[in-house]
Every structure is written in structure tokens, then in C-alpha cells.
Ligand binder design. Structure first.
Ligand code: MF3
Ligand code: CO
Length: 250
């Protein structure tokens, strides 16, 4: 399948989905504190998505069981909410949410600390990962390439001594959660598909404090760092427009 370019009307629909994802994430993040479980966050998100009139994008996708992915500490992505996973001071949790409204998807993630006593190295991990996403968004312009986006993330991350995950990548998004192209968080400037007006990309750096290698837990979903180091994940759905990149999940 070719990379689908969206009309301004379609992008407007995706902005509505994106706004809902943002509201769900904001409500969920506001509830993060020591003692709350990742299933509590899931239940909040379920209620919020329903209240806002959207449908969850993840639940049932390849039989994924929940509306959120909640990935704690050395979990990189696709952590499955659980009443047994009670967050504690010093943890970090990535909350990833997608919804579909009127046939159009949006997808976003954020990683936040639990409590107020964050180790400086972990604060740096969150800052570097968030900033690498902001820079990658700025690289998502007509005439740039997917390689420019990936290189932007990789350069920022590696300059700060962290590593970029290879096995999971960002993606096009639109009338499906995952569309072409794949959007790696590494690459070479000038390489890869050229970005054109109307493309929408879910850009999602996954960054490890230590080594980049990943493995899957026995649940066959959750990716963790092999070396046990902490990992952060931020994601926005971004439209490539004549006016530059537009973050639909802002
Ligand atoms: N943001 C993630 C992604 O784009 C979440 C997918 S979870 C799944 O891959 F269950 F839907 F696969
Ligand atoms: Co995604």
C-alpha cells in the first residue's frame, strides 16, 4: 500500500480524535501517584473515552486486552494494565492511548514520574526523550524524508549517552492505527520516503538509559530492556502540512 495523504478535511477529523486522546492522557496522567495501579489508570481511560464519544483503538487490536498501554520503568512499550501493578515513588510510567472517532485514528503517549523524587539521570531520560520528539516533529516537513525524522531522534539521544530502540518504530496513521510508512527513531538524513503534504505520522521515540536491546515478556506483548535499564516513550500524531508540522494530539 502506498503512503496515504490526507485532505485538509481528513486532517480536521484526525484533529478531533487527537484532541480526545489528549484529554484522556491528561486525565490519566493527573491520577498518577504512588499507590495507584495501572488498572486504575485503564479504568479512568475507559470512562473518559466513552464520555468523549470515541472508541478505543488498541483494545482488540491483535487481541490486545486494554485501551491503554502502561509501561513501567524498564518496560519500553505495550505494558498491559494490571491491578497488581501498583505504582510507587521513583517509578516512571509510559501511558500510551489511541482512539478512533468517525473512522479516523489518533495515537499519543507520554512518560511521567510517579511521586516527586526523581533521580537526576531519570529526569534527564524523560527530558531527552521528550525533546527528541519535539525536534523530530520539527523535521516532519514537506520535502524532508523519514530518515531525517529518525536521524533527528537518534542524534539527540546518542549525544546524551542514551540509546534508541530498533525493534519498535513509529508509523503512518489515518483510517487505520498503523499505516505506511514505518517511522524508525534512527536513520540517515535524506534516506527513506519523502514527506508530502497530507501525510500523518505517529512519531514515537523509545529511549533506553542503557543498551538498546529488547525482549518480550511471557505475555507476548510487553517489550522490556534486556539490561533492565529504564526506558521512556513519548508519541504524537503529526500532520505534514503547507504550514509545517501540525501536532494533532496537542
Ligand atoms: N502506540 C502503540 C503503537 O503504535 C500502541 C499499540 S498497542 C496495540 O504501536 F495494542 F494496539 F498494539
Ligand atoms: Co503508535
Amino acid at each position: 500500500m502506498a503512503i496515504m495523504c490526507k485532505s485538509p478535511g481528513e486532517i480536521e477529523k484526525m484533529r478531533r480524535s487527537g484532541r480526545i486522546v489528549r484529554q484522556v492522557l491528561d486525565a490519566t496522567v493527573a491520577a498518577v501517584k504512588p499507590g495507584i495501579s495501572t488498572m486504575d489508570l485503564e479504568n479512568l481511560a475507559v470512562a473518559k473515552i466513552e464520555e468523549l464519544g470515541a472508541k478505543p483503538a488498541f483494545k482488540g487490536y491483535y487481541d490486545y486486552p486494554c485501551v491503554l498501554c502502561t509501561s513501567v520503568n524498564h518496560e519500553i512499550v505495550h505494558g498491559i494494565p494490571s491491578a497488581k501493578r501498583v505504582l510507587k515513588e521513583g517509578d516512571i510510567v509510559s501511558i500510551d492511548c489511541g482512539v478512533v472517532l468517525d473512522g479516523y485514528y489518533a495515537d499519543s503517549a507520554v512518560t511521567v514520574p510517579v511521586g516527586n523524587h526523581l533521580k537526576p539521570e531519570i529526569k534527564k531520560l524523560l527530558d531527552v526523550t521528550r525533546t527528541s520528539l519535539e525536534r523530530a516533529i520539527q523535521a516532519a516537513r514537506i520535502g524532508s524524508t523519514v530518515g531525517d525524522v529518525g536521524a533527528t531522534v537518534q542524534e539527540m539521544v546518542e549525544a546524551n549517552g542514551f540509546s534508541v530502540v530498533r525493534e519498535f518504530v513509529g508509523h503512518g496513521i489515518g483510517t487505520r492505527l498503523h499505516e505506511e510508512p514505518q517511522v524508525p527513531n534512527y536513520g540517515m538524513r535524506g534516506r527513506g520516503p519523502r514527506l508530502r503534504e497530507g501525510m500523518v505520522l505517529a512519531i514515537e521515540p523509545m529511549v533506553n538509559v542503557g543498551k538498546p536491546e529488547t525482549r518480550l515478556l511471557d505475555n507476548k506483548w510487553t517489550a522490556v530492556t534486556v539490561d533492565g535499564s529504564f526506558s521512556a516513550h513519548f508519541e504524537h500524531s503529526v500532520a505534514v502540512t503547507k504550514d509545517g508540522p501540525v501536532v494533532l494530539t496537542a
